[in-house]
Design a binder for this molecule. Structure first.
Ligand code: GUN
Ligand code: ZN
Length: 422
C-alpha cells in the first residue's frame, strides 16, 4: 500500500475518563498500514506533507472492537420474550443446528462479516457453532473480509440437543485441527478455544480445552454469571467448586488471554478471582437488556482494574452496531453515564482486553490504521465549525445520537474496506 494521509476531525480514547479530540486532525499511514502520525494537522511533520492527501469533515475514530458475539445467531436476533436458558433451548440451539449445512454457514458468515464492517467494527471476538466445517467456512469468510477476527468453534459435550452434542474427544480433536489451520494463519486471524459455558461442558472437556489453549497460545472465550437460573444450574452441577468462577479456575481456563462474557451476578470473591488471574470481561449490555439478565457491576469491575470492553452478543444482542451497544451500556446502568466511558469500552478497552492495545484501540503513531469515519453533520447546525465543539459535546453526539447508517468509511490497516454510497 502506498503511504497516504487523511485530514479529519479525530477522536481517540485514552482512558475511561479521558480522550483526545483534534478538530483539525491528521493521520498519516505508512506502507505497513501503521500510523506514522496521528494528531493535530498543524503539527504534522514536514516530510509527511508530501504524501497524497484525503480530507473529510466526518469524525474519525479508532475502529470498534466487538469483544463478544455469535456468528450463527446473526439471523436469530430479537427472538422475543424469554430468559437465557429457555431462549437457548427454544430459539438458539435449533438455529445453530442449521450450521451442519455448509451452504447456510457460507451465506450467514459472508453477511455477518459484511455487517460487522458496515457497522465500523474492525476487530471482533466471535463464537461459531459446534461444527468444524462451518467454523472453517467462517474463518475463510473472516479472512476474505480482512477484519481482525478471533474465532472459535463452540464446544459442548453435555445437555444440548443430540444434533449439537459432541464428545470431549471429538471437541478437542476438531478444535486442534482448526488451530493448526487458522491460528495466526494471517496477521489478522486468531483462534479462541471456546467451551460454551459450564452447564454444557464436562470438567474433563474444560480441563483439556484449557490445556489445548495453553499449548498453542490461543485465546479462550466463554460465558460466566449471566443469569440467576444459569448460576443455580452450575451450583448443582459443581457443588464443591465454591463459585461459578471457581469452576473455570479449577479447569485452568482463567488467564490473561481469557475473555469472559457477561459476569453480571459476580460476588466480590469472584471478581477478585478474575482480577487475580488477569482475565478480561466482555460487557454485553444490549443482550442483558434483551434477555433481562441484570445490571453489569461496572464500578466493581473497574475498581479491581479488570480489563473490560463491549460485546454486541448477537443474537441476544439485537445489533452489530456498537452505537447501539454503547447506548445500551448507558441505559442498563439506569443512570447517566459520562460518554467517554462507553467510547473507551468500545475501542481501547476492548483492545486492552485482548492485549492488543499495542496495535489497535486508539489513533496513535505506531498503531494499525484501523479507523471508522462517522458523519456528525446531522447533529449540529449547518456550517457550525467542529473546532468549537468541546470533547464532551462530540462524544455525547457519538454515544447518544449516532445511528448505524452514520458510518461513512472504514479502514483496516490503512486500507479502505467500506465506503457508504451516500
Ligand atoms: N450462554 C451460553 N450460550 C449463550 C449464548 O449463545 N448467548 C448468551 N447470551 N448466553 C449464552
Ligand atoms: Zn454470548
Amino acid at each position: 500500500m502506498d503511504p497516504w494521509r487523511l485530514h479529519a476531525p479525530l477522536l481517540s480514547p485514552v482512558s475511561p475518563t479521558e480522550l483526545r479530540w483534534h478538530p483539525s486532525g491528521a493521520v498519516a499511514v505508512g506502507a505497513d498500514g501503521r500510523m506514522l502520525y496521528a494528531g493535530d494537522a498543524a503539527a504534522l511533520p514536514e516530510q509527511l506533507l508530501a504524501l497524497p492527501a484525503r480530507e473529510t469533515s466526518d469524525v474519525v475514530l479508532p475502529g470498534f472492537v466487538d469483544l463478544h458475539t455469535h456468528l450463527p445467531q446473526y439471523d436469530a436476533r430479537g427472538k422475543f420474550g424469554m430468559t437465557l436458558l429457555e431462549w437457548l433451548e427454544h430459539f438458539i440451539f435449533p438455529e445453530e443446528a442449521r450450521f451442519a449445512d455448509d451452504a447456510v454457514a457460507r451465506d450467514v458468515s459472508t453477511r455477518f462479516f459484511r455487517g460487522m464492517l458496515e457497522a465500523g467494527t474492525t476487530t471482533a471476538m466471535v463464537f461459531s457453532s459446534v461444527h468444524r466445517s462451518a467454523t472453517h467456512i467462517a474463518f475463510e469468510e473472516a479472512e476474505r473480509s480482512k477484519l481482525r477476527v478471533i474465532l472459535g468453534k463452540v464446544q459442548m459435550d453435555r445437555d444440548v440437543p443430540a444434533a449439537l452434542l459432541e464428545t470431549a474427544d471429538a471437541s478437542i480433536r476438531d478444535t486442534e485441527i482448526l488451530i493448526d489451520a487458522w491460528h495466526r494463519k494471517t496477521e489478522r486471524l486468531w483462534v479462541a478455544v471456546t467451551p460454551r459455558f459450564a452447564p454444557t461442558c464436562s470438567m474433563d472437556l474444560m480441563r483439556r480445552s484449557a490445556a489445548l489453549a495453553h499449548r498453542h497460545g490461543t485465546y479462550v472465550q466463554t460465558h460466566l454469571n449471566e443469569s440467576e437460573a444459569e448460576i443455580r444450574m452450575v451450583r448443582a452441577l459443581f457443588p464443591d467448586a465454591g463459585s461459578y468462577t471457581a469452576v473455570y479456575r479449577d479447569a485452568g481456563l482463567l488467564g490473561e488471554r481469557t475473555v469472559l462474557a457477561h459476569n453480571i451476578h459476580a460476588s466480590d470473591e469472584e471478581l477478585d478471582l478474575c482480577a487475580q488471574h488477569r482475565c478480561a470481561v466482555a460487557h454485553c449490555p444490549d443482550s442483558n437488556l434483551f434477555l433481562g439478565s441484570g445490571r453489569f457491576p461496572l464500578q466493581r469491575t473497574l475498581d479491581r482494574g479488570i480489563r473490560a470492553g463491549l460485546g454486541s452478543d448477537v443474537g441476544a444482542g439485537t445489533t452489530l452496531s456498537m452505537f447501539g451497544v454503547m447506548r445500551s451500556m448507558c441505559w442498563v446502568q439506569a443512570r447517566s453515564l459520562h460518554p467517554f466511558l462507553p467510547l473507551y469500552f468500545a475501542t481501547r478497552g476492548g483492545a486492552e482486553a485482548l492485549s492488543m492495545d499495542g496495535d489497535i484501540g486508539s489513533l496513535e503513531q505506531g498503531k494499525q490504521a484501523d479507523m471508522v469515519a462517522v458523519r456528525v453533520d446531522r447533529h449540529f447546525h449547518r456550517g457550525r465549525d467542529l473546532a468549537h465543539l468541546k470533547p464532551l459535546e462530540i462524544a455525547s453526539a457519538l454515544v447518544y445520537r449516532s445511528q448505524p447508517g452514520d458510518v461513512r468509511e472504514v479502514w483496516v490497516g490503512g486500507e479502505s474496506l467500506y465506503r457508504a454510497e451516500t
